[in-house]
Ligand binder design. Structure first.
Ligand code: ZN
Length: 78
């Protein structure tokens, strides 16, 4: 398992998200952003908007996705 923070994934807090793969962590971040915004944390709205935009425009979001996968790969296992 590896850990990335919400902030490393473009979010606004230091919540730690764990997963076996970059995709797991990205999915966890997606869920976290939705919950944070539903909970009234307006500082997460921009990150959620960006995340939704990536699903809608996969090619434009590819740079972020590759960057995140690379960052994940470079992390040590915890
Ligand atoms: Zn967060």
């Amino acid at each position: 398992m590896k850990t990335m923070t919400c902030a490393q994934l473009g979010g606004a807090c230091d919540l730690r998200l764990r997963g076996e793969t970059a995709d797991d962590v990205i999915k966890a971040q997606d869920k976290h952003l939705r919950e944070a915004v539903a909970d009234g944390q307006t500082d997460h709205e921009a990150a959620l908007k960006d995340m939704k935009g990536r699903w809608k425009h996969p090619l434009k979001g590819m740079g972020w996705y590759k960057h995140t996968k690379k960052a994940f790969a470079a992390l040590p296992e915890d």
